[in-house]
Write a protein that binds this ligand. Sequence first.
Ligand code: NAD
Ligand code: IPM
Ligand code: MN
Length: 344
Amino acid sequence: MVSVAVIPGDGIGAEVIPAALRVLTLLTRERRLDLDFEVFDWGARRWLSEGVGIPDGGVEMLARQYGAVLFGALGDPRIPDMAHGRAILLGLRRGLGLYVSHRPIELPGVTVDLYRENTQGLYAGVGGTTGGPAGIEVAVDECVYTRPAVERFVRYCLRDLRRKGRRTVTLVHKANAVPHTGALWQDVFRAELAAVPELTGTEEYVDAFCYHLIRDASRYEGVLTENLFGDIASDVGAAMMGGLGVAASASVCPETGFGLFEPVHGSAPDIAGTGTANPYAAMAASAMLLRHLGHDEEATCLRECLRAAAQGGTATRDLGGSATTEAFTATVLDLLERRLRKDD
Ligand code: NAD
Ligand code: IPM
Ligand code: MN
């Protein structure tokens, strides 16, 4: 039995994750999967009322008793500096060692396997400010990378691409302007690539990469990049896929096998509470979770039903349709039920 911790979070996270959970519950029941889901209320409400982000011992509890996390989104207008988001989401990524974030950009006929380093760089939490009478005078956020962290990331991603039968891989960096971490990444990339002869490597500056990606994504198969560039590139990719409502992400620790699965989007306060959020990305993240836990058939079935639902006239507003979260979810559940009955 694998226990999955479900953290819906704030805003539309608390709307799309319950929808995804209905889909996962149906699949678990009908296909007798060895899965069990438990919901946690970590997020803005608890942060504001109790001052708690991840409760004491929470990371260790997840690592010990759970095999994966299904995560929604954090972000609340009452916490404008997003302190709880850093405490919880970055706390989970770092605490559980989820150093690879796979954020595929799926386009008609082309999938770009984008991998984002998920624990260091500008997200390392190194920096500070000095103040004066006018407020902050100097502010520093350091981009920190250690060689072992870059090595483990690059090594894993290259092997994952080889396993997928990919032939080319692109390192996305900014070594012309950010030379120290840039040089470390180039050095590690070239050394690790030499050990994987099936892959041909190229290197691109992140600005040019975004330019080329939008103009012709078929130039790319696998893309490896550091934390902040990967964050930005995954929203660019989401826009190309049709919107943030459909882009999903898997953050994993290759050594422990632990994974956190989440939509790429945030809590979308501009549409939260309207019932119009697209649960597609949360469901696509659920499909990634199923695949990660070895339930390939169910993952593929869910992916096919999602595509059929979005194309079949029940698209949500962000995709140009008029369906609500509930209507889209009902369509996916209906398609799944029919598919599962046919398979019996
Ligand atoms: P966002 O991703 O929440 O929203 C950007 C735009 O995309 C908005 O117009 C929103 O309505 C739309 N959108 C996003 N997801 C959608 C969906 N499923 N269906 C339909 N439309 C959707 O980004 P933002 O507005 O910059 O951030 C809002 C809050 O979320 C901030 O507090 C931010 O820090 C946080 N955030 C959290 C995460 C996360 O928890 N993983 C990710 C990104 C942003
Ligand atoms: C993401 C989000 C997070 C990130 C924020 C909420 C800290 O934008 O997962 O893409 O920057 O990693
Ligand atoms: Mn982001």
